[in-house]
Design a protein. Structure first.
Length: 100
């Protein structure tokens, strides 16, 4: 039952606009710089934690620009690109000090 709910929720989230996104939001085509990454939401209660980054539903291992989603927590995510790590929080901007 919870798997069915998760699938329905994921389908709904991909078609519905994100109400928390600012009106002046622009999705940049092509590459994604760390300055343009916005964490909209995280869902950690199910078997597979997911995040909404730049309005896009992402599971662990998914890629956005040069970054791969490697960890999801309550209100935060960790992205990785090679040896670089980037932590994003909901309502905050990209962490200016990327972990090496």
């Amino acid at each position: 039952m919870s798997a069915l709910f998760g699938l329905l929720l994921a389908a709904r989230m991909q078609t519905a606009p994100n109400p928390t996104r600012p009106d002046d939001y622009r999705n940049e085509p092509g590459g994604t710089s760390s300055a343009s990454l916005i964490l909209d939401s995280t869902l950690t209660g199910g078997r597979i934690p997911v995040a909404i980054l730049n309005g896009r539903l992402m599971a662990l291992g998914d890629q956005i620009g040069p970054y791969r989603l490697i960890a999801v927590g309550a209100g935060w995510v960790i992205l990785g690109a090679g040896s670089k790590r980037l932590r994003l929080v909901i309502g905050g901007s990209t962490n200016p000090s990327e972990e090496k």
